[in-house]
Design a protein around this ligand. Structure first.
Ligand code: HEC
Length: 311
């Protein structure tokens, strides 16, 4: 009888151990999660507070290229009257100046002389807008529009197609103030331009959602995806041997943001060209460095393979 009782007691003790073990594990997992989220939150504190305070104002703000990419799920931007927009005004020039200083001056210099810090190592160097010779597409209004729409990727000039057409035109008006003999705006050329890019109908834009929104969505709604993104960020951070990991860190101004922006738009996954296009189009708002564009095609290729393998 006594032996039996001892057996039962032993069994109870064993069960308690198993239960305690289970809870122990549970707490460890919970603690790890809390620490990971805390780490992530602290790393993004600045972005969170900035973005949470002014979401509405930001969506309306035409200067948003600096802050974040606009909501463009349907991939058509609002129609623009190119004939009206092509007429310069002090307001357009002022807007263009602000946009130029935040998006372009790092390479083209504050005075447009092609002497910005980020452009120092570029070959060819960024265009000096005070000279009218030697341009690739040309200094005429429609040519500059083409440059901003498509970029001259192979020569280090990114596409700025995610800046709204009228904002791009405002930048062109500002650039045209650097000299008083830029080619006159030709109405027939404007007609061509309108046709080429369907401007009066609406321009095709790359489909994307704002990075800040993606961050919120991922953090609030999708914990599995959130964990995946966090793990990708820490893998890229921790990998000190892989050259592509190092390069990716170098081309990121904010690693969390650059990985999030990749996570919020998956078309780059298709091939290297899409990847290069994604990173070099409005790089700043996606957490990338504008100088990413100087990488060689081999470097792009291996970085693409590396990043793709993580997602
Ligand atoms: C990362 C550096 C960089 C940034 C940022 C940059 N550019 Fe450029 N840009 C270049 C380089 C390099 C060239 C020279 C390309 C060439 O000679 O073909 C260039 C050339 C140009 C040209 C002349 C194209 C031609 O026909 O020769 C225009 C116009 C231009 N950029 C406008 C802009 C505007 C507007 C912005 C901001 C919205 C901007 N760029 C931002 C590097 C940059």
């Amino acid at each position: 009888m006594i032996g039996e009782k001892d057996d039962i007691n032993l069994e109870v003790v064993e069960k308690k151990k198993v239960i305690l073990g289970f809870y122990g594990l549970f707490y460890i997992v919970l603690l790890t999660l809390i620490v990971a989220l805390g780490w992530f939150y602290l790393n993004n504190l600045e972005a969170f507070t900035r973005e949470k305070v002014t979401p509405l104002a930001k969506l309306k703000d035409t200067l948003k290229a600096e802050e974040d990419v606009a909501m463009m799920k349907g991939s058509i931007s609002p129609p623009v009257d190119i004939f009206r927009e092509s007429i310069t005004s002090p307001d357009k020039i002022a807007k263009g100046k602000t946009l130029f200083e935040s998006n372009c001056s790092s390479c083209h210099g504050l005075e447009g002389k092609g002497d910005g810090i980020a452009g120092k190592t570029l070959n060819p160097p960024p265009r000096n807008f005070h000279e009218l010779t030697g341009w690739t597409n040309g200094p005429a209004f429609p040519k500059m529009f083409k440059t901003l729409q498509e970029g001259i990727i192979a020569r280090g000039m990114a596409s700025y197609s995610t800046i709204l057409p009228e904002d791009r035109i405002a930048i062109i008006h500002y650039i045209r103030t650097f000299r008083n003999d830029f080619p006159a705006i030709d109405q027939n050329e404007l007609k061509e331009l309108d046709k080429t890019y369907s401007l009066s109908v609406g321009v095709k834009m790359p489909s994307q959602i704002p990075v800040s929104l993606a961050e919120d969505k991922i953090l609030n709604e999708d914990s599995v995806f959130s964990a995946k993104v966090i793990s990708i960020i820490s893998k890229i951070n921790a990998d000190k041997t892989n050259k592509s990991a190092e390069q990716f860190r170098n081309i990121s101004t904010n690693l969390n943001r650059s990985v999030f922006s990749l996570a919020s738009y998956t078309k780059w996954n298709e091939n290297e060209t899409q990847f290069v296009k994604f990173v070099t189009t409005d790089p700043k708002s996606k957490g990338f460095n504008t100088s990413a564009i100087v990488l060689s095609s081999e470097e792009w290729a291996s970085m693409f393979q590396f990043i793709k393998s993580l997602f």
